[in-house]
Design a protein around this ligand. Structure first.
Ligand code: SAM
Ligand code: SF4
Length: 330
């Protein structure tokens, strides 16, 4: 019998599915993609929208309530807002959110809102246009900034701003990025760079949360924001009186695996129980060979059985993650 909830061996209740809808992107962030990105996936290998909807529907029947659409860059895929609207209409789905690099946000915002999306995460690693161009290899800081401002104007607050902390690259402006929370109702979240995909090819000593906090010390006392049931992995703080927040996502230094409620659907139809382990269950083959919903539910259950207790990135002899972040979605 198919259960109504996805509960793994460690009693974690999996209710959140992140969906990468493409491995293509209009940026080439240095920690994510090579400069000359040749998309790994042929069009035929990428799940079609009706396949994504079917997987999400089976997930919802199994107790998934929250979906996030990501990529690659989700806004480069044609008719993405139709997909967002259809995902939002699936029975049992309470929230559909989006992670984007923001480049196309201003021009797509009306359609995103019309699709019922109210929560958005935007990546922004620098406030300096030249540096932004050096990190993303595309000169388009102002487009992203306009997208953020427009999202705030259209009542999408709190807009979450994801900053990957990069040693020697943006570590001198983390206070400026954090200070956005003093001016705007944004949640600025500092993310530790993970050795995955492109970042695994060029090993660096990552800037970890304790060091990031030290760099932010000149901002004064950070007041902890009490955790709520809606909280993701971010440890949340507020500068007293600020309209926004500052968060830390410490996948390496302080893993949150014991609270992880996520599964991931990759652009090519792999169901992945853990971002930081290359184990995937293939959904594309059964989807394209007449599988029933019960068959697809079995693939979900198998992924859940394979969800590891935790990742081992902080250990010296860990295995790097070979898959590209762009196909998994972060
Ligand atoms: N293109 C969209 C974007 O950039 O927001 C969505 C996909 S991107 C893969 C999702 C998130 O993963 C982004 O916030 C990005 O900064 C983050 N990311 C990519 N590679 C990373 C890495 N090696 N370590 C930590 N975060 C990474
Ligand atoms: Fe594109 Fe996002 Fe990867 Fe940057 S992090 S290259 S915006 S997918």
């Amino acid at each position: 019998m198919i259960p109504k909830a996805l509960i793994d061996r460690y009693q974690r209740h999996l209710s959140y599915l992140r969906i990468s809808i493409t491995d293509r992107c209009n940026l080439r962030c240095i920690y994510c993609m090579p400069r000359e990105m040749i998309p790994k996936l042929e069009h035929v290998d990428v799940l079609r929208y009706e396949e994504i909807l079917r997987v999400a529907g089976v997930g919802a029947a199994l107790g998934i309530t929250k979906l996030r659409v990501t990529g690659g860059e989700p806004l480069v895929r044609r008719d993405v807002c139709d997909l967002l609207a259809q995902l939002n209409r699936l029975p049992g789905i309470r929230e559909v959110s989006l992670t984007t690099n923001g480049v196309l946000l201003a021009e797509r915002l009306d359609d995103i809102l019309a699709a019922g999306v109210r929560r958005i995460n935007i990546s922004l690693d620098s406030l300096k246009p030249d540096r932004f161009a050096a990190i993303t290899r595309v000169d388009c800081f102002h487009k992203v900034w306009d997208g953020i401002m427009m999202a705030l104007d259209r009542d999408m607050a709190p807009v979450k701003i994801n900053v990957v902390a990069l040693r020697g690259i943006n570590d001198d402006e983390l206070t400026d990025l954090a200070a956005l929370s003093l001016r705007y109702p944004v949640h600025v979240r500092f993310i530790e760079q993970m050795p995955i995909g492109e970042a695994a090819m060029r090993p660096v000593r990552p800037l970890l949360t304790p060091e990031i906090k030290t760099l932010l010390a000149p901002m004064g006392r950070l007041e902890p924001v009490p955790a709520s049931t809606r909280d993701g992995p971010a440890e949340r703080y507020r500068i007293p009186g600020a309209p926004g927040e500052i968060g830390f996502i410490s996948a390496i230094s302080h893993h949150f695996c014991d609270r992880c409620n996520r599964l991931r659907l990759t652009a090519s139809g792999g169901l992945r129980p853990c971002l930081l382990s290359d184990h995937e269950e293939d959904l594309r083959t059964p989807l394209r060979h007449g599988a029933s919903d019960e068959d697809l539910a079995e693939v979900f259950l198998s992924a859940v059985r394979h969800k590891p207790a935790r990742h081992h990135l902080a250990e010296p002899l860990h295995e790097d993650v070979a898959s590209a972040m762009s196909g998994i979605g972060g």
